[in-house]
Design a protein around this ligand. Structure first.
Ligand SMILES: Nc1ncnc2c1ncn2[C@@H]1O[C@H](COP(=O)(O)OP(=O)(O)O)[C@@H](O)[C@H]1O
Ligand SMILES: [Mg+2]
Length: 371
C-alpha cells in the first residue's frame, strides 16, 4: 500500500466508530467488485482489527438499501445464535461497525462508498474447494446461513441486483445477441448455440415454480463461492459466511446450484481440456451431506426435489451469460485470451452434460441425506 492509499485509509477509519488509533493496514485482495482492506487499531495497547471495504455503486445501485439488508440479516443471525447459546458468536457472523454519524456507511470525498466490519480472527478462506471435506464445510456453511434466515421474511429485504438469477431474461438476451451477431462470432459458437437451444424447455422452470408458489421466496446469499466462507485456521471448520452484498430475496436452489457448479468439479472456470471436466460424485456427496445436515429441516419437499436440477440450471445460466458476452464482444467478463468467454461457456456446458449423465446417482444421494 503506498502512502497516499495509507493516508486515505486512515481518513476513512476516522469516519467510523472504531476504537483506538490507526496502527497499520493492508489490502487483502484485489477484488473484481470491491476493494477490501484489513486495518489494525491500537486500543489502549490491545490490537483491534477491522475490515474497511469499498462498494461498487455501478453494480449495486442502492448501496444504502444494501447496507440496511446487511445489518438486518447479520442482526437476525446474531440473535438466533445467542438464543441457541452458541459460543464464539463474533467469529460466526459479520458485525458492521457504524460510522460516526450512526449510519453504516461513509461516502468519501471522491464519492467512494465505504463500510466497516469487525475482522474475524483465526480464519482463512480458499479460492477453490480442494477435497470432499471442504465441500462438506461449504455445504454446511451456506445451509446454516439459510437456515438462520429461514424465519426472516424475504419481503423485508430489497433486491440489491434485480433479476440476478432470472434465467429467461438471460436467455432472451442471448437470442438478441445471436440475432444481431455484431461481431460475427456466432459461426464459432454453432455447437454451443445448438446446445443452448436444446435446453430451452428448462429455462423458465424455476422462475415459474416460484411465481406459482411451488417453491418459496426466501432470504438467500446468491454468491456461494467457497472464498466467501471463512474456515477456522486450526480445525478447518466453517465459521462465518461473508460477502453479503447479494443477500436478498431468492430461491435456496440458486445458492445450492451455484455450489454444485463451483465445488464439484476441480477444474478452473475456463478449463480448456474439457475431458477433465466432470462432476465428481464424492465431492457432490459431501456437499449434499453438509448442506442437508444444516438445511434439511426447513426445506420443503419441492425444494429438495429440485436440488440436482438447480445445479444444472445455474450452470446453464452462467454458461449462456459467457456465451452472450462472447457474442457481444466481451463487454462484461474480462478476457485474458482470444475466445476466452467461449471457453468459459464450453466448460459450463460440459459440466451440464456430466450432471445429466450422473443425475440418477446424484438424486439417490439427495434422497439418502434427506432422511
Ligand atoms: N470480516 C472479515 N474478517 C476477516 N476476513 C474477511 C472479512 N471480510 C472479508 N474477509 C476476507 O476478504 C475477502 C474478500 O471479501 P469479500 O467481502 O468476499 O469481497 P469480494 O467482493 O472482493 O469477494 C474474503 O474472501 C475474506 O477472505
Ligand atoms: Mg467474496
Amino acid at each position: 500500500m503506498n502512502s497516499a492509499e495509507r493516508e486515505n485509509l486512515i481518513q476513512i477509519g476516522t469516519k467510523f466508530q472504531v476504537p483506538g488509533t490507526f496502527h497499520d493496514g493492508h489490502r487483502i485482495k484485489i477484488g473484481h467488485i470491491n476493494e477490501t482492506y484489513a486495518a489494525t487499531y491500537d486500543c489502549y495497547g490491545t490490537p483491534f482489527r477491522v475490515i474497511h471495504q469499498t462498494l461498487n455503486t455501478q453494480v449495486f445501485r442502492d448501496p444504502e438499501g444494501l447496507m440496511r439488508n446487511v445489518v438486518k440479516v447479520t442482526e437476525h443471525v446474531r440473535r438466533g445464535l445467542a438464543e441457541g447459546g452458541v459460543d464464539q458468536i463474533p467469529r460466526r457472523v459479520l458485525q458492521a461497525v457504524p460510522a460516526r454519524d450512526g449510519r453504516f456507511y461513509h461516502i468519501d470525498t471522491a464519492g467512494q462508498f465505504w463500510r466497516t466490519f469487525i475482522f474475524v480472527d483465526g480464519v482463512r478462506s480458499y479460492d477453490a474447494v480442494e477435497n470432499p471435506g471442504q465441500a462438506y464445510q461449504a455445504g454446511r456453511a451456506f445451509g446454516q446461513f439459510q437456515s438462520a434466515l429461514a424465519d426472516l421474511p424475504a419481503s423485508e429485504l430489497i433486491a440489491t441486483i434485480p433479476d440476478f438469477h432470472h434465467t429467461p431474461k438471460r436467455y432472451e438476451r442471448l437470442r438478441q445477441a445471436v440475432a444481431s451477431d455484431e461481431f460475427r462470432r456466432s459461426k464459432m459458437a454453432r455447437k454451443e448455440l445448438d446446445f443452448a437451444e436444446s435446453l430451452a424447455p428448462i429455462v423458465s422452470l424455476l422462475v415459474d415454480a416460484e411465481a406459482r408458489g411451488e417453491v418459496p421466496t426466501r432470504v438467500t446469499h446468491n454468491d456461494t463461492k467457497f472464498n466467501n466462507v471463512l474456515l477456522d485456521e486450526e480445525t478447518g471448520e466453517a465459521m462465518c459466511v461473508v460477502d453479503l452484498d447479494t443477500v436478498m430475496p431468492g430461491l435456496v436452489l440458486y445458492d445450492f446450484g451455484d455450489m454444485v457448479r463451483t465445488t464439484t468439479s476441480r477444474t478452473a472456470e475456463d478449463e480448456q481440456f474439457l475431458d477433465r471436466v466432470e462432476l465428481e460424485l464424492p465431492m457432490f456427496e459431501s456437499l449434499v451431506k453438509g448442506y442437508l445436515e444444516a438445511a434439511g429441516k426447513f426445506l420443503t419437499p419441492a425444494e429438495k426435489r429440485l436440488l440436482v436440477f438447480s445445479g444444472k440450471l445455474i450452470t446453464f445460466t452462467i454458461g449462456i451469460r459467457f456465451l452472450t458476452d462472447y457474442l457481444e464482444g466481451d463487454q462484461y467478463f474480462r478476457i485474458h485470451r482470444e475466445h476466452h468467454n467461449l471457453d468459459r461457456c464450453r466448460k459450463q456446458f460440459r459440466l451440464i452434460q456430466s450432471i445429466t449423465e450422473k443425475q440418477d446417482e446424484m438424486e439417490a444421494l439427495v434422497e439418502r441425506y434427506s432422511r
